[in-house]
Ligand binder design. Structure first.
Ligand SMILES: *[C@@H]1O[C@H](CO)[C@@H](O)[C@H](O)[C@H]1NC(C)=O
Ligand SMILES: *[C@@H]1O[C@H](CO)[C@@H](O)[C@H](O)[C@H]1NC(C)=O
Ligand SMILES: *[C@@H]1O[C@H](CO)[C@@H](O)[C@H](O)[C@H]1NC(C)=O
Length: 810
């Protein structure tokens, strides 16, 4: 272009010369651009070859050939001056040379001269880039020596004043390589000299300067902004590779344990981190979970110190580019007192004998607390007021020993509550109840319910009658409490006590062995012993008093007057006796006692009714009226005597009374004495008769026996054949047996009665009761007592008679 411009200018200038070569001359001047207006360009006087005077006369004109008038002519001096400042680049652009054409026109004669003013270039323009800023995106890790072309700068000036060089501000990464185009223009390339690191300098600011060659040099600058593009060249990074932390055991699920956070220097997806467990054991997976986006470690399951005291959790952080980093979280579990102590029984002695001495080991047990430290330290107690105590042995072992003597009878079993407490907070306790049975030892003797027993028994009881019951209790149990009863040997009226009563050894029932007679024995004592079956046995004794109760089994017995009939007693009454004269007194006794012996008298029958009366209480026979002549000499009274028993028994007495004239008491006594002597003599005779009789009977008996034996030997064979005859049977024996079997025990009582002195002063006394004799007579028949005098003899006599009867039957 420039070349083309130059050619065009040169060509038109040549044409111009040819056209007006004859008439005009051209002048050539030059002036630098950018001069002030009014600056002198040239003086044309010399070239015009005229002086100043002529010039002004000739009226010069300066005519511009271009549209704008750049110059003016001073007609007085011939100076061509700049009318305006001229910018070469504005007027000529890239044309070179830049020539402005004008003409000086002179009148008189007309003369035209060409003026060429070349505008010289001045370095008034700086190099310029098309943009103030250029943006470059270069990935980090681009290889060094990689080149990046940059835009060239333009300078409006020409030649030397145009861009000559490029410079780059000092920086770490880039250098500038300036090259020349074949035309001579320069261009530059950025050369990477040091690798880029986005993480260090994500953006670089460079200043590119273009320098021209003028004087002074002018520069133009542009900013080059280099954005370093990210490459996943950084792995995630944990600030700590090891996290140590503690959590309490039993931490609730969803509790945040910790948050691990890895950083990645890269950008975007390269910095997107996901977290995951890396090869963790099963127990970790059960107890924890990890938020893969946030890195929060959260409790997911049960944290049990007793199961796992610590967890080592390996966590992996991975970025979007696949780079990872690891860290380790050590979670230490802190113990919580969540386990109560446990009591384990090792041995137990139950039942425990009640005579165990103090310090006997009853139980051995141990405590275990799964917690640790203070939480696992335990202590044991038992409840107070027990005869036991705890002894601490080693290793949480305890002995339960007896402390005091035991007594099964007061406490037969103990429920011992062992309370184990740990020292944690809060304290946890557990209890265990040990049941200790106390076994019996025979330490208690049987004890009777009463200190003494008194039993009552009606006389005339049937043998075998239950009298009463003694009962002894033993506080022990089982064999030690099994009581048996026995009677201690003793005497009851010189008979062994065992012939009176017996005792059931199991039940303690006392039985009468025989029928008892109040009139013989009123009471007696036996000693009962109770023995338990322990080993050794313990025993206890008690006195039992048996009181025999009276029964109305005796009829009144009349002592006076004598009623055996052999010598009917006559009471004499003087005929002159007044009414109320005491004739005699009926004296009766009753062997029973109490009510049964209260007697009352009544007159049953009298020869002369109304003459005599009987005192109901005292038995006194008195006259009721004076005796008159008509009353018969012999009076007979039948007087009934009745006791107060229930039912009552009665007997009667016959009283003979003689009414005599002039008879007094002293006389009566006189008469009685010889009478008694007569009686005694009769007795003696009777005794003699009896002795003779006895001798004769004995003799006959002996003879009979001999005869009997003789007959027996002779007729032995016959006897056997005719043995239908009951040999020992007599008419009396079966009756005896029958009586006994029936249980109605009849007996005869023998009395010895002595009468002394007068009939009114007669006394009686019981002599020792004779041994009861079974009698043929039916029992209880009224008035059936056999009264005999000199009883021993008579009764033996009666036996002999019976024997003789037997013989006779045979
Ligand atoms: C361009 O400038 C650089 C630094 O300012 C200098 O080292 C170099 O010599 C210059 N080149 C030319 C051709 O002037
Ligand atoms: C001991 O415990 C047992 C069982 O619970 C109970 O039957 C018994 O009555 C208790 N004994 C005492 C003395 O508390
Ligand atoms: C009657 O009894 C009395 C007194 O005991 C006695 O002396 C007398 O001999 C008895 N008479 C007869 C006939 O038994």
């Amino acid at each position: 272009m420039e070349i083309h411009h130059n050619n065009k200018q040169g060509w038109s200038f040549f044409l111009y010369l040819c056209m007006c070569g004859a008439i005009c001359e051209s002048f050539h001047y030059s002036v630098p651009e950018e001069r002030k207006s009014g600056s002198l360009v040239a003086n044309v006087l010399k070239d015009l070859k005229i002086d100043v005077k002529e010039l002004s006369v000739r009226r010069p004109w300066l005519v511009s050939k271009s549209t704008k008038q750049y110059f003016q002519l001073d007609p007085h001096s011939g100076n061509v001056l700049l009318k305006d400042k001229i910018d070469r680049e504005a007027v000529c652009g890239q044309n070179d040379p830049c020539v402005l054409l004008s003409e000086i026109v002179l009148e008189n004669p007309l003369q035209v001269h060409r003026i060429e003013v070349e505008i010289e270039d001045v370095n008034d323009n700086s190099p310029q880039f098309s943009k103030k800023e250029f943006l470059l995106e270069i990935p980090e890790q681009t290889l060094t020596n990689t080149r990046f072309p940059v835009e060239s700068a333009e300078d409006l000036d020409k030649g030397e004043n145009a861009v000559q060089n490029y410079t780059l501000n000092h920086n770490d990464h880039f250098g500038l390589d300036v090259q020349s185009h074949p035309g001579g223009s320069k261009y530059a390339e950025l050369v990477l000299q040091k690798p880029l690191d986005r993480e260090k300098d994500p953006r670089l600011f460079l200043i590119l300067s273009a320098v021209d060659g003028g004087t002074p040099k002018r520069t133009g600058t542009a900013n080059i902004i280099i954005d370093v593009l990210d490459v996943n060249d950084n792995a995630p990074h944990f600030p700590q590779s090891l996290y140590n932390l503690k959590i309490m055991e039993n931490t609730q699920p969803n509790t945040l344990v910790t948050k691990v956070e890895a950083t990645d220097l890269d950008l975007g997806p390269n910095a997107e981190i996901t977290y995951s467990f890396s090869q963790v054991p099963e127990n970790v997976l059960r107890s924890f979970k990890l938020n893969k986006h946030t890195g929060e470690l959260i409790v997911a399951g049960v944290i049990d110190y007793e199961e796992n005291r610590n967890y080592a959790i390996s966590i992996k952080a991975t970025d979007g580019g696949g780079l990872s980093a690891y860290c380790k979280v050590i979670v230490e579990v802190e113990d919580r007192n969540d386990n109560a102590p446990e009591v384990t029984l090792t041995s137990l002695t139950s039942p425990l004998p009640e005579d165990s001495p103090p310090d006997t080991i009853v139980a051995l047990f141990s405590t275990v607390d799964r917690d640790s430290g203070e939480n696992g330290r335990t202590s044991c107690t038992i409840q107070a007021n027990l005869p036991f105590m705890l002894k601490v042995a080693e290793n949480n072992y305890y002995q339960l020993v007896t402390q005091q003597p035991l007594d099964r009878e007061s406490v037969s079993e103990y429920n011992i509550t062992i309370t184990a407490t740990d020292r944690g907070f809060p304290r946890l306790t557990s209890t265990r109840i040990i049941n200790v049975q106390i076994s019996d030892v025979n330490d208690n003797a049987p004890v009777f319910e009463k200190s003494t027993y008194e039993m009552q028994l009606q006389e005339n009881n049937i043998p075998g009658l239950l009298i009463g019951l003694v009962q002894a209790n033993d506080l022990d149990t089982e064999q030690n409490a099994k009581v048996t009863y026995s009677l201690l040997p003793g005497k009851v009226s010189s008979q062994p006590v065992s012939s009176y009563v017996s005792i059931n050894s199991e039940t303690g029932n006392l039985y009468a062995i025989r029928s008892l007679d109040y009139e013989q024995v009123k009471d007696f004592q036996v000693t009962v012993r109770a023995v338990d079956s322990g080993s050794p046995p313990l025993s206890f004794q008690v006195m039992v008093r048996v009181v025999i109760m009276d029964e109305n089994d005796n009829a009144p017995f009349i002592l006076y007057p004598l009623q055996n009939g052999t010598s009917p007693s006559n009471d004499l009454v003087p005929r002159g006796a007044e009414a109320g004269y005491l004739v005699t007194k009926v004296v009766a006794v009753d062997r029973d006692s109490g009510q049964n012996s209260w007697l009352s008298y009544e007159l049953l029958k009298a020869t002369e009714p109304g003459l005599f009366s009987v005192g109901a209480q005292n038995g006194e026979v008195k006259t009721m009226r004076p005796i008159n002549k008509r009353d018969t000499l012999k009076q007979k009274l039948i007087i009934g005597v009745r006791d107060n028993g229930h039912p009552p028994q009665s007997t009667s007495a016959t009283l003979s009374i003689l009414l005599v004239d002039g008879f007094s008491d002293p006389y009566m006594k006189m008469v009685d004495i010889p009478k008694e002597e007569v009686v005694q003599e009769e007795d003696r005779n009777l005794t003699m008769y009896l002795v003779i009789c006895l001798a004769v009977i004995s003799f006959i008996f002996l003879v009979s026996v001999l005869v009997f034996i003789a007959i027996k030997i002779q007729k032995r064979r016959k006897f056997i054949e005719t043995s239908t005859l009951n040999f020992p049977v007599g008419p009396n024996f079966p009756e005896i047996c029958g009586d006994v079997d029936a249980g109605s025990l009849s007996r005869a009582y023998n009395y010895e009665v002595c009468l002394a002195g007068g009939s009114l002063n007669s006394e009686f006394r019981f002599l020792r009761p004779l041994f009861p004799v079974f009698s043929v007579e039916p029992a209880q028949s009224q008035g059936a007592q056999r009264i005999s005098v000199g009883t021993q003899d008579l009764s033996s006599d009666a036996e002999k008679t019976e024997l003789m009867n037997q013989v006779r039957i045979i």
